[in-house]
Design a protein around this ligand. Structure first.
Ligand code: AMP
Length: 274
């Protein structure tokens, strides 16, 4: 496995267009499932590449950026064990010029959900992902459905800007109690960690509520009550059209029920298709 830190080194390390897994590190089984999916797409002789970069411009809260776990040595071990060919782990100054002045803005899908409560977040995501696509020139890139709004926005960016890359979606990997795996989970206290599986349980229950009482209002009210606990604060719970990500008036089209929940200053997200 080659580990490189600059774009020229990366270019040299890539013998052929890779299948790319972009990450912010602190790798867990969810990331490893994306790497396995990348290997399946690349084939045994193909190239699987992982980027590890805590992208400062996608953080809307300085404290969240500062507290984000950084575990490069163990991440590299995990990548090695997973059969990754190339890891790109740049420092922030290898990614961004101090006077950088071009940003990628998405104007529709990023207006709801995480985009509404984290101003500028998806501008930072689109900008770094487009840079990674130019740096790696990947044949394909794998993204997790846990961040389903991110996935939709990246698909839209690739479509609208004619980026020659195939986007592959991978299902959410969960802890045995249903909590979606996240690099932020390690920052939960034992009490918060024990409480957090209620998020997934409430989303799963929403499916049966919908079948019994098919109005969106009942689904949202009852799910909100099921997620709420003295230990958390709901950032948003929204029912949106799976394609446009705009609020869904009903269930005639495919919908996604998505939520973000704070435990202290740790923000967790999850979603379910209804
Ligand atoms: P992150 O390092 O959190 O920015 O995530 C990097 C990639 O891993 C993104 O495409 C995420 O959607 C994906 N990912 C994060 N957590 C999970 C999970 N629990 N299951 C599947 N994919 C995930």
């Amino acid at each position: 496995m080659r580990v490189v830190h600059t774009v020229p080194e990366l270019r040299q390390a890539l013998a052929r267009p890779p299948v790319l897994v972009p990450t912010m590190g602190a790798l867990h089984a969810g990331h490893l499932a994306l790497i396995d999916r990348a290997r399946a797409a690349a084939g045994p002789e193909g190239c699987v590449a992982v980027s590890i970069f805590v992208n400062p411009i996608q953080f809307d809260r300085a404290a969240d950026l500062e507290a984000y776990p950084r575990t490069l040595e163990s991440d590299l071990e995990k990548c090695r064990a997973a059969g990754v060919d190339v890891v790109f782990a740049p420092a922030a100054d290898a990614m961004y010029f101090p006077d950088r002045s071009v940003t990628v803005l998405e104007h529709s899908l990023s207006k709801t959900l995480c985009g509404a409560t984290r101003p500028g977040h998806f501008d930072g995501v689109c900008t770094v992902v487009l840079k990674l696509f130019h740096q790696f020139r990947p044949a394909a890139a794998v993204f997790g459905e846990k961040d389903f709004q991110q996935l939709a926005i990246i698909r839209r960016m690739v479509r609208d800007l004619d980026v020659p890359v195939e986007i592959i979606a991978a299902p959410t990997v969960r802890e045995p109690d249903g909590l979606a795996m996240s690099s932020r989970n390690v920052r939960l206290t034992p009490e918060q960690r024990a409480d957090a599986p209620r998020i997934r349980q409430a989303l799963v229950a929403a499916d049966s509520i919908r079948q019994a009482q098919p109005g969106p209002t009942a689904v949202l009210e009852r799910t909100r009550a099921a997620i709420a606990s003295p230990l958390n604060r709901i950032d948003y719970l929204e029912l949106v059209d799976a394609e446009t990500l705009q609020p869904a008036p009903g269930f005639s089209r495919p919908t996604v029920l998505a939520t973000a929940v704070f435990y202290g200053d740790v923000r967790l997200i999850d979603n379910i298709r209804l």
